[in-house]
Design a binder for this molecule. Structure first.
Ligand SMILES: Cc1ncc(COP(=O)(O)O)c(C=O)c1O
Length: 460
């Protein structure tokens, strides 16, 4: 099924699709969400399942009541749905976390003392910073996938590593590293492979067992289940052999005045009352995406991505960023800048005048953005000094448009038409820079805010 038709012709898959937002100088328009890579709306099935599950919500694992038993079974069922969705091995542990960042910090702490880690500098900060407390090497950003493999092989030959941690898909450029070949190198050199699947999981089918991925981290809020849960899936031995991630109830077998017997398995790292609703939502999202068919979604997105590339390349003054050739496989994530415009101003205009939601900045991948924008060390140093003085407006950045389940051809056209208009005619409203925050906003901004339920307080 192609979703290239007019909005409304196809039943939206996501909650909030078609929400009308106010525009400047006047009027309103259906919101065009092109910010899926940051966080995705809930799948309709997920929201409906949650409404039905909430009456059954109760404490899990230790509750004796009937509802507790139902809720516990649903919580355990969510682990199973996750396991199937990513093709995990039967003996892999599935730890429910808050998000990918949490999952990566968890495995970083669980790493054996002597296991070195290798990453590439194109990673999201979540897959760079947790390793810095360990024996780590960040390899420079390679100019292509072959160079990536060569650099990794050389690094592994030079000094063995316990773990190679790579993104499944870049949140800035959308590129998909050659994971199967990375795994082959890991296998030859006795390293394990961790994949940061925050971006990969919503866009591509994953088979951990077949690919040989040892650990996988993902976030529910990027997988159409924004209820606060994520997961770390992978080999049990390091996790069972490491100190509990959180220390408290639920993670222990037995505690005496001077001793504690910790549990093994996921409970060991899930102390405290878990996010049952988040985990169950994530499980339903996995089941729903599987039923929709990930290969079909990949084909839909490939069509839209090709259209986006074609249309954006034709916008006067637009620079598209890519680490590798655009012929290389990409998910639907595109980062660009418009000549003569600050990235935040472009994003503010798209939102205020066209009702298009994108993200701008460095996307929590500063080393990659500095590389893409060819910022040298001296410039980076100047930016750093300015930030220390409270000035952020010259921090380099870009604008990111990202596609998702309810993206359609008309969304891509709307973005490209808007960018062409901005480039050729300029904005129709006035915008004010906030040097300290490093952002632009409409000034004045008379757009009315929505009426939200009582008890939901908005601070502006
Ligand atoms: C590739 C990648 N890894 C990790 C993360 C961190 O995800 P979260 O904020 O859900 O922890 C993100 C978020 O944008 C991401 O895109």
């Amino acid at each position: 099924m192609t979703r290239a038709g007019a909005k409304g012709a196809v039943r939206p898959r996501l909650i909030g699709d078609g929400t009308v937002v106010p525009l400047l100088p006047e009027g309103e328009a259906p919101y065009t969400n092109l910010d899926y890579a940051a966080s995705a709306p809930a799948l309709r099935e997920v929201a409906e399942a949650m409404a039905e599950f909430l009456p059954w919500y109760a404490s899990v694992h230790r509750g004796a009541g009937f509802k507790s038993q139902v809720a516990s079974a649903a919580y355990d069922g969510a682990r199973e749905s996750l396991r199937r969705f990513v093709g995990a091995r039967p003996d892999d542990t599935v730890v429910i976390t808050r998000h990918t960042t949490d999952a990566l910090n968890l495995i970083a702490r669980g790493l054996p003392e002597d296991a070195g880690v290798i990453t590439f500098a194109f990673e999201h900060h979540a897959n760079l910073l947790p390793w810095r407390g360990r024996r780590f090497r960040h390899l420079p950003i390679p100019p292509g996938p072959e160079e990536m493999l060569q650099a990794l092989e050389m690094a592994l030959e030079e000094e063995p590593a316990g773990l190679v941690a790579v993104t499944g898909a870049s949140n800035v450029t959308g590129e998909i590293p050659p994971l199967a070949r990375v795994k082959e190198l890991c296998r030859r050199h006795g390293a394990r492979l961790l994949v940061d699947a925050a971006q990969l999981a919503p866009h591509r089918p994953i088979d951990m067992a077949a690919t040989g991925i040892d650990y996988l981290a993902l976030s529910g809020h990027k997988l159409y289940a924004p209820y606060g849960a994520g997961a770390l899936v992978g080999r049990a031995d390091w996790l069972d052999g490491s100190p509990p991630y959180l220390q408290g109830g639920g993670a222990v077998e037995f505690v005496t005045a001077d001793g504690v017997l910790w549990k093994d398995g996921p409970d060991r790292h899930e102390a405290g009352s878990p996010n049952v609703v988040g985990a169950v939502a994530l499980g339903v999202a996995c089941e729903t995406l599987s039923a929709l068919g990930m290969p079909a979604l990949v084909a839909e997105e490939a069509e839209l991505h090709a259209q986006a590339l074609r249309r954006l390349r034709a916008v006067p003054g637009l620079t598209l960023y890519s680490t590798w050739d655009f012929e290389h496989p990409h998910i639907g994530v595109l980062t660009f800048n418009l000549r003569g415009y600050h990235h935040s101003k472009v994003a503010a205009i798209l939102s205020a005048e066209y009702g298009i939601g994108v993200r701008d900045g460095c996307f929590c991948a500063h080393p990659l953005m500095l590389h893409l924008m060819e910022v040298d060390d001296a410039q980076a140093d100047r930016v750093r000094r300015e930030i220390l003085q409270g000035r952020r407006i010259d921090v380099p950045g870009g604008v990111r448009a990202s596609l998702g389940l309810d993206s359609r051809a008309e969304d891509v056209d709307r973005l490209a038409d808007a960018l062409a208009e901005i480039s050729l005619e300029g904005p129709r409203w006035t915008y004010q820079a906030d040097d300290e925050a490093g952002t632009y906003a409409p000034s004045p901004d008379p757009r009315p805010w929505p009426q939200l339920p009582p008890g939901l307080r908005l601070i502006r």
